[in-house]
Design a protein around this ligand. Structure first.
Ligand code: SF4
Length: 375
């Protein structure tokens, strides 16, 4: 196991490169040019000019109205004399090879690796953010690589990645860069996966769906109050995003970070699972992830494992077929089981993955098809 250092202003993050069955993965920086600040601003998509040099951004439900010289809430889009720019095109602050299971995707090409990229900034402000070191800063404050879309794809090919993941912070805010990477990836047979908060407007989402192969959306809770208080967002746009992704045929998985005393009420979890079942079907994998104290919720305890197990019981009782417990190493609910006979079809412990119980997408024991993208 090797360690590499990754430097943000005033902060040293040590990232451990992980070795999994699929091969060595880790931080990718060698050979990439880079520098401080935003390096290649481009005219943005999805905005309109208003009076007096103001613009309105139409990329996400926040619909920021931005004065000349100002930036939107996400801090990566700027009004320059009445023209709206994206500041982070081609300038990711994070480039990393990950197991696909880390996103997490459990029903999408298991044991493959994905080239993950992210830029600084976010359109929400979650008190529990796990990547706040990049999501809650401006792109001026991070070390940004120079990596145009074609180079991203070549890096994915050279790293033997089957996919490119738009992830870590919120990929919607670097929409133009993500879209061009996704188009270039398609041409080379590389797949595109998106881990997002789902806070995006319908028109850009439908455009993105033309190039997306899989999406993992954070369904942070099932109440508008929760979204408002914990993330400065709202629930309805996220539910709309989920319906659109399902309708567009994008492989979909969901992640809910369960925070003790905040979104762990059994009634809320049951209602959420009913909504999923009714609107997305019974085969969407749902990941209940364990909270660990960080960012602005340092005073809360980690989620008790029993709380996650109770959430999983509720989801299964509501008819969802694939329900996982994440961030609890070695837990049996980290593996995949046949929805018919209950045999374990994919064994997971950490990022070690063994799909021996699955044969061409079917349970080895009873031949029942297991939902997912396996080849
Ligand atoms: S993408 Fe950024 S600038 Fe645009 S509406 Fe959302 S938060 Fe505002």
């Amino acid at each position: 196991m090797s360690l590499r250092n990754y430097i943000l202003p005033g902060l040293l993050i040590v990232i451990a490169a992980v070795v999994v069955a699929a091969g060595a993965v880790g931080l990718v920086t060698s050979g990439l040019r880079g520098g401080e600040g935003y390096l290649d601003p481009r005219i943005a998509s999805y905005w309109e000019a208003l009076d007096d040099g103001y613009v309105r951004c139409e990329l996400c439900p926040r619909r920021c109205i931005v004065p000349p010289g100002g930036r939107g809430y996400c801090e990566v889009r700027e009004n320059r004399e009445g023209v709206y720019y994206t500041l982070t095109y081609g300038n990711p602050c994070a480039v990393h090879v990950d197991p696909i299971e880390k996103k997490p995707f459990y029903h999408f090409l298991p044991t493959t690796t994905t080239l993950s990229i992210a830029v600084a900034g976010c359109n929400l402000d979650c008190k529990f953010c796990q990547n706040w070191q990049i999501s809650q800063v401006r792109p001026d404050e991070t070390y940004n690589h120079v990596l145009p879309p074609g180079d991203v794809v070549e890096l994915a090919v050279a790293s033997a990645c089957r996919s490119i993941a738009y992830t870590y912070s919120e990929p919607t805010i670097f929409f133009e860069y993500m879209l061009d990477c996704a188009k270039a990836a398609r041409e080379r047979g590389i797949l595109n996966v998106y881990h997002s908060n789902g806070f995006i407007n319908e028109e850009p989402l439908r455009e993105l769906c033309r190039y997306l192969d899989a999406a993992n959306i954070d369904l942070k809770g099932y109440s508008d109050d929760y979204y408002r208080e914990m993330s400065n967002g709202s629930l309805a746009p996220v539910l709309r995003t989920l319906r659109i992704l399902a309708e567009e045929g994008v492989h979909l998985e969901l992640t809910t970070l369960v925070i003790p005393g905040e979104n762990d009420q059994p009634e809320m979890i049951r209602e959420m699972c009913r909504w999923i079942h009714t609107n997305l079907g019974d085969s969407v994998p749902l990941h209940f992830s364990r909270f660990h104290p960080q960012y602005r919720l340092l005073a809360l305890p980690p989620t008790p494992v029993e709380t996650l197990e109770e959430a999983r019981r509720i989801a299964l009782s509501e008819g969802l077929k694939y329900v996982y417990i994440g961030n609890v190493p070695g837990h049996e609910a980290n593996s995949t089981y046949c929805p018919n006979c209950g045999s374990r079809v994919i064994y997971r412990i950490g990022y070690r993955v063994d799909p021996a119980g699955l044969s061409t997408g079917r349970c080895e024991a009873c031949s029942t098809a297991v939902d997912g993208v396996w080849e």
